[in-house]
Structure formats: structure tokens, C-alpha cells
Design a protein around this ligand. Structure first.
Ligand code: SAM
Length: 271
């Protein structure tokens, strides 16, 4: 594989191998209040309203692009009764996701598949009732290609809800860009870029919402939870890894606080 085409697998992979360890669970509980197994800036309280936005109901098939350990997907499956299909490039994330599905009793309604969203989505055309993609698009090399793929697999009139934590709404420095990119390939974009790409892929934008507050809440919670466990984290991540992660969170917080890098939600319907 051309190394320039490699997705952001390595950094997330090591995080996901430890995802269900007692320490990681405690950190998530401390950081988020409600740990639904998310590895993103998702706030559990946003999900029921998002489900209503998507118009999903029991028996529908919900696709999660870049599902990670399937936290938001299994939360929605459990509360709505729908079926779920999770796609991610990380095998470790997907096995954590299947374990979570079993613990919630929804394992009979979930399928997961390892796939790179820079390529084809491993699904038939016109087979999906709704799709989500939470804090993933900034890792994709060509999001128009990904949106065209989503348009191919969704049924006509179906909805896609996605969030992008990389919308540049102020000035950001090279140091901040480097710190923010610690998970691997990351692409930051101007306001309006996602709207144009999604329209070009055949969707109509129904709603956008600034969700930087949820990111700030999660990042601040994660930073202070991690600070309480520095000794254990240093053993796990090494001194350099620990410093890099704390630096990443501080940069995320600083850019969000001054309104320089925003997290946006987009709701779109396939025309
Ligand atoms: C911030 S995490 C979000 C995970 C999940 N959506 C959640 O809310 O918990 C981003 C996810 O995108 C996945 N990812 C990054 N690049 C990808 C690619 N090219 N194809 C598929 N998944 C990718 C990563 O493995 C990671 O699980």
C-alpha cells in the first residue's frame, strides 16, 4: 500500500486495545459522566435528539461510518431497537464494539466490518435506512468520495448525520495543527466546505449546528480525569506518549475556547 494512503490506524489501534480496561473505563466515567463507550466528542445527551433528526425507528438499518468501539451505535440500537452496521479501519475497535454489543444484549442486531472509508463501503447500493459518522471525516483523504459512497448505499430520502471537529473558524498555528493531528492523517477545512461536498454528493443539507460546547466539555473532562491518573498512564503510554496526549487535549481546548477550531454537526437528506 502506498504509505501516503495509509489511514490513521496505528494511533487509534493502541488506544482501542486498552479500551475496556478498568483504568480506561474509570477515565471515561470521570470525564464524560455518562460513559456510553464513545471515543469522540459525542455527548450522550445529544444522541436521542439526533435519532429523531435521522427519523430512525425499530427494524431500520443504521450505518455508522468510523464507528470505533461502537459506543454511539450500540447506544442508539439499544434505545431504538434498530439494527446496526459498523465500519471502521481498526480491528481492535470493532472487537471492543462487539463485546459492548454483547454486554447490552444487542449482539443479534449488529454487524461490523473492517474497511477503509477512503475506499468502497462494503455494502450494496440502496440498502441502508440512515447513517451517522461522528468525528471521523477529518481523518479521510477525500470526503467527497466518502459522501458519494454513502449516497450509493443509502436509500433515497434517507438521512446522514455527521460531525466534523476540524472546521477552521479562526487562526490556528502550525504547532496547534501538529498537536491536533496526533491520531494520524487529519484534514482541517473552511466553513462551507462540508456543505458544498455533501450537496455535490446528492444530499440536501437540512440543518447544521455548532457542537463545540460538547467538545470542550469532553476535552476538559478527559484532561482532568487523565491528570488524576498520570502515574498509571505514564506506565501505559510512556512519558513521551503521555505528554503528547495531554498536549493534544490542551490544544483542542485552547482552539475551541477562542473559537478558532469548531465542531459542527450536519444533517443531510439524500435527494
Ligand atoms: C474520533 S474516533 C470516533 C469513533 C466513533 N465514531 C465514536 O464516536 O466513538 C475516529 C474513528 O475513525 C476511524 N477512522 C479513521 N480513519 C478511517 C478510515 N480511513 N476508514 C475507516 N475508519 C477510519 C478511526 O479508526 C476511529 O475509530
Amino acid at each position: 500500500m502506498d504509505p501516503s494512503k495509509e489511514p490513521s490506524k496505528p494511533n487509534y489501534e493502541s488506544l482501542y486495545q486498552e479500551f475496556e480496561s478498568p483504568l480506561m473505563r474509570e477515565l471515561r466515567r470521570d470525564a464524560y459522566g455518562e460513559d456510553i463507550g464513545q471515543h469522540s466528542w459525542v455527548r450522550a445527551s445529544d444522541l436521542p435528539r439526533d435519532a429523531a433528526r435521522l427519523g430512525i425507528s425499530a427494524d431500520d438499518l443504521l450505518l455508522d461510518l468510523g464507528c470505533g468501539p461502537c459506543g454511539p451505535l450500540t447506544f442508539l440500537m439499544k434505545s431504538i431497537g434498530c439494527h446496526g452496521f459498523g465500519v471502521d479501519v481498526s480491528a481492535a475497535a470493532l472487537s471492543a464494539g462487539l463485546a459492548r454489543a454483547r454486554s447490552l444484549g444487542v449482539e443479534g442486531r449488529i454487524k461490523v466490518q473492517e474497511a477503509n472509508l477512503d475506499g468502497q463501503i462494503p455494502l450494496d447500493a440502496n440498502s441502508i435506512d440512515a447513517a451517522i459518522s461522528l468525528d471521523v471525516v477529518l481523518h479521510l483523504r477525500d470526503r467527497l468520495h466518502a459522501f458519494l459512497e454513502v449516497a450509493r448505499v443509502l436509500k433515497r430520502g434517507a438521512r446522514l448525520l455527521f460531525t466534523d471537529a476540524g472546521v477552521v473558524t479562526g487562526s490556528i498555528s502550525n504547532e496547534e495543527v501538529a498537536a491536533r493531528s496526533m491520531h494520524g492523517f487529519s484534514q482541517f477545512c473552511a466553513p462551507g466546505f462540508n456543505e458544498r461536498a455533501i450537496e455535490q454528493a446528492g444530499f440536501s443539507i437540512l440543518e447544521t449546528e455548532n457542537r463545540t460546547a460538547a467538545l470542550l466539555e469532553n476535552a476538559t473532562g478527559r484532561l482532568s480525569a487523565r491528570q488524576k491518573h498520570v502515574a498509571e498512564l505514564e506506565r501505559l503510554e510512556g512519558a513521551g506518549g503521555l505528554a503528547r496526549y495531554q498536549d493534544y487535549l490542551r490544544s483542542v481546548i485552547a482552539m475551541a475556547e477562542r473559537g478558532a477550531l469548531s465542531r459542527m454537526m450536519y444533517l443531510a437528506e439524500l435527494r
